[in-house]
Design a binder for this molecule. Structure first.
Ligand code: GDP
Ligand code: IMO
Ligand code: MG
Length: 423
């Protein structure tokens, strides 16, 4: 029996959804604890491919409880559409729980997100998903946000909704943001709220009861360490804490309940949106990784920036998350390369450092110091065990584990469930 947390160690899209799906086979409850529908978690079971945004990635295993916990910001319309899309494909939704404490993303949050992005000085643009994530966490911190529990009382919800819509229109529309028509917006949002009502539960009580009963629980992180609001490449980050510690606040569970932490590490690095990326490859090699890895955003379709594995950043990530085991994904994407580089240190203004700088301005000046390993030049996608891997692929993985001082628990060599094995 175990209570585990799974988080991304880079800039997101490490393959968290796939690994959650694989682990769910022996899990009773999967819990999303932060972020919102900025996440795009891809799961391929057999012949079908699903991209999940708010619904936990354990949903394809019938009977597994899937909890959207208090730390998640929920767009009611987005969640309803996602659930209806899954139901139309025959997925059983009866085990979904939506925490009564979730903050709701409202139409004006999305308008404000788009307004900020479109009007910002180009050098200050963050490249958000425009899903309203930042503005809804702003409302949470300002203590003006609407929460899922309010859906249970229509009159109260409608009053709060109209007050906040009016406040937004008064404050932002004179500066050029799009106005929100409260009548039509309410009608649309309320229809989604009615749909979601039966799923609203006190998930804090449910998750803690599951822990007490000794059930296997997996906390599903979204985004990743370098998008964390405190520990990422601020301000080019998302608006939540994405690290393992956030599972406790985002689901209302005590730290001592956690048994282990999985860190998902892509065998190279990608990033979507703006911000520094020391090992980025703006060349044919970067293009090769993008094409071979299918590196296009699961939520926005934007091309992902690609580059070599960054040990300095990943080591920092393992430290903050307290990673017990790594799940290394997308090894197969490196199959064709003659040689593979790993960034083992940073040179900043002539000085060598093995630590990730706090100041993002310094990060922009990083020159990566690389170690070069030979490629394996053969397909790994049919490998089903450590011994099936070419020797140079094993050497690459062993070197990564050594540099990160971490153990590899899972290796993934393709998007499908069966393209996964334990070390
Ligand atoms: P997440 O946000 O961390 O869940 O990751 P995404 O779903 O956004 O992006 C990962 C992409 O890589 C998806 O298209 C997955 O289907 C795919 N994927 C996951 N693991 C592997 C792997 O080992 N090899 C390959 N080639 N693709 C993978
Ligand atoms: P998953 O869970 C990759 C990025 C956006 C942008 C920044 C802020 O699929 O790994 P936001 O809309 O959150 O305010 O955008 O964060 N971003 C992600 N990048 N994967 C994600 O989620 C992301 N969620 C947000 O591109 O740079
Ligand atoms: Mg993703």
């Amino acid at each position: 029996m175990s209570v585990s947390i799974l988080v991304g160690l880079q800039w997101g899209d490490e393959g968290k959804g796939k690994i959650i799906d694989v682990l769910t086979k022996s899990v009773d409850m999967v819990v999303r604890f932060q972020g919102g529908n900025n996440a795009g978690h891809t799961v391929e079971n057999g012949t079908e491919k699903f991209v999940l945004h708010l619904v936990p990635s354990g949903i394809l295993y019938q009977g597994t409880d899937c909890v959207i916990a208090n730390g998640v910001v929920v767009d009611p319309v987005g969640l309803m559409e996602e659930m209806k899309g899954l139901a139309a494909r025959g997925v059983d939704l009866s085990h979904i729980q939506l925490s009564a404490r979730c903050q709701l993303i409202m139409p004006w949050h999305k308008e404000l997100d788009a307004f900020n992005e479109n009007t910002a000085d180009p050098s200050k643009k963050i490249g958000t998903t425009k899903k309203g994530i930042g503005p809804s966490y702003m409302a949470k911190m300002a203590r003006t946000g609407l929460r899922a529990c309010e859906i249970l009382d229509k009159a109260r919800f409608e009053k709060h909704f109209r007050d906040e819509a009016a406040y937004y229109n008064k404050l932002y529309v004179p500066h050029g943001a799009a106005a929100v028509d409260a009548d039509s917006a309410f009608e649309k949002v309320w229809a989604a709220c009615e749909y979601l009502k039966p799923y609203i539960k006190d998930s804090v009580v449910e998750v803690n009861a599951a822990i007490k009963a000794g059930r296997n629980i997996l906390f599903e992180g979204a985004q990743a360490m370098f998008l964390d609001i405190d520990h990422g490449t601020y301000p080019y980050v998302t608006s939540s804490n994405t690290i393992s510690g956030a599972a406790c606040t985002g689901a209302g569970v005590p730290p001592k309940a956690i048994d282990m932490v999985w860190g998902v590490l892509k065998a190279y690095t990608t990033r979507v949106g703006e911000g520094p990326f020391p090992t980025e490859l703006n060349d044919e090699l970067g293009e090769h990784l993008r094409t071979k890895g299918g590196e296009f955003g699961a939520t926005t379709g934007r091309p992902r920036r690609c580059g070599w594995l960054d040990i300095v950043g990943s080591r920092h990530s393992c430290m903050i998350n307290g990673v017990d085991y790594l799940a290394v994904t997308k090894l197969d994407v490196l199959d064709d390369l003659d040689e593979i580089k790993i960034c083992t240190a940073y040179r900043i203004d002539g000085e060598i450092t093995e630590h990730s700088p706090a100041d993002t301005e310094l990060m922009k000046r990083i020159e990566p110091v690389y170690e070069t390993l030979p490629g394996w030049k053969q397909s790994t996608s049919a490998a089903r065990s450590w011994d099936d891997l070419p020797e140079n692929a094993r050497k690459y993985l062993n070197r990564v584990a050594e540099l990160l001082d971490a153990r590899i628990g899972i290796i993934s060599v393709g998007p499908k469930r069966e393209q996964t094995f334990r070390k």
